[in-house]
Design a protein around this ligand. Structure first.
Ligand code: UD1
Ligand code: UDP
Length: 354
């Protein structure tokens, strides 16, 4: 069997790493990179660090409005998928690369496997929610990270081909966990912070970056924190911060996006994590660091249910209140599986090739 894996954005590189490794032990795989993310720090660095095979195709679709970006991907992907003999297309998560990959494959009648299926925020103003819904409904196989995701997919009438396999980002994290302490030692001293004596924040969700009021409230809260704050800034956010002319207090360090292992090392040693990232919310849970989510809702509701994640939106008072909450008791179980999601995904093809 021959698989085409379609990826394009930072969180997808983190997800593809363990699956590609296991998949290639038994099957043939082509990796198609749409070029949605293209900066070294958001793309090539992850391929290198996570030992992901070089993409067979790099489509250079780049940044643009949703329609233009997705359209460029559709055109380029159709050319590749028409030329290659592909039995299955694999897509990950909820970006425009996911949507374009699924739509192109569906029109060419190539079956689609969606990894990280069934997630819902129930907020259709998020571009990612549209991408998830469409992709799930076009897919023949839906690999859900959690029981909640499974229920959400089946509630929408998707019955065939849906299964819970666990979360592939947990697989990836386990692969590098033994290296985190060493990275943290070097990095923390370079950034002049001590373990558990700083906060880590990331912000890149369109609803926050594109709204000067929301971004202003987040900045106000960060400026009022009584601890150093490390803020690796997504390029989308950097552009917005410049436009809004936000002034930062000295204790807030804006830094370039960091590599995956460095990011986990910064997460592991942080006192609290404040983020609107999907991936970072889960990693905070895996690493036992309380998370404060700068959104009104989350797809990773299990982290909230066990008390390790608090949804605060962008009200600065709520952000400060959440930071002051005590550390919750250790969770009794991990709703994201055992770190063997990639193996379970690949094994599930055995005996049912189409
Ligand atoms: C995308 C995903 C989002 C995901 C995020 C992960 C969609 C709709 N959104 O958002 O779900 O959480 O990736 O990081 O697919 N830019 C650069 N260099 C790059 C890439 C982007 O400077 O390598 C800048 C460009 O100004 C671009 C902006 O960032 O316009 C936004 O990039 P884009 O890929 O459109 O969306 P993200 O905000 O990154
Ligand atoms: N990440 C990283 N460096 C950074 C910020 C994030 O390596 O400077 C990693 C993070 O640890 C997680 C992934 O990128 O594994 C999440 O990507 P992002 O927040 O961009 O997207 P989302 O998960 O919200 O879709």
């Amino acid at each position: 069997m021959r698989f085409a894996t379609i990826v394009g954005a930072r969180p997808q590189f983190v997800k593809v790493a363990p699956v590609s490794k296991v998949l290639r032990q038994q099957y043939e795989e082509l990796i198609i990179h749409t070029g949605q993310h293209y900066d070294y720090a958001l793309s090539a660095q992850f391929f290198k660090e996570l030992d992901i095979p070089e993409p067979d195709y790099y489509l250079e679709c780049g940044s643009a409005t949703h329609a233009v970006q997705t359209a460029r991907m559709l055109i380029a992907l159709e050319q590749v998928l028409t030329k290659e003999r592909i039995d299955w297309v694999i897509v990950y998560g909820d970006t425009n690369s996911t949507l374009a990959g699924a739509l192109t494959a569906a029109k060419l009648q190539i079956p689609i496997a969606h990894i990280e299926a069934g997630l819902r925020s129930f907020n259709r103003s998020m571009p990612e929610e549209i991408n998830r819904i469409v992709t799930d409904h076009l897919s023949s196989r839906l690999f859900c990270p959690t029981e909640t995701a499974y229920r959400q997919a089946t509630n929408e009438g998707i019955i065939q081909g849906v299964e819970v396999v666990g979360d592939v980002t947990y697989d990836t994290l386990l692969r590098v966990q033994s290296r985190l302490d060493k990275h943290a030692n070097v990095l923390l001293s370079r950034l002049h912070v001590s373990p558990e004596k700083y906060m880590l924040t990331t912000v890149h969700r369109a609803a926050n970056t594109d709204d000067p009021e929301a971004m202003g409230a987040i900045a106000h809260a960060l400026n009022r924190l009584e601890m150093p704050v490390l803020f690796p800034v997504h390029p989308r956010t950097r552009a917005c911060l410049q436009r809004y002319n936000i002034k930062w207090k000295k204790h807030v360090q804006l830094i370039e996006p960091v590599g995956y292992v460095d990011m986990l090392a910064l997460e592991q040693s942080a006192y609290r994590i404040l983020t609107d990232s999907g991936g970072v919310q889960k990693e905070a849970f895996f690493l036992g660091v309380p998370c404060i989510t700068l959104r009104e809702e989350t797809e990773w509701i299990e982290t909230v249910q066990v008390g390790w994640n608090v949804l605060v939106g962008t009200r600065w008072q709520s952000i400060l209140e959440a930071v002051a909450l005590p550390k919750p008791p250790p969770p009794q179980s991990n709703p994201f599986g055992q770190g063997d999601a990639a193996i379970r995904i690949v094994q599930s093809w055995q005996g049912k090739e189409k």
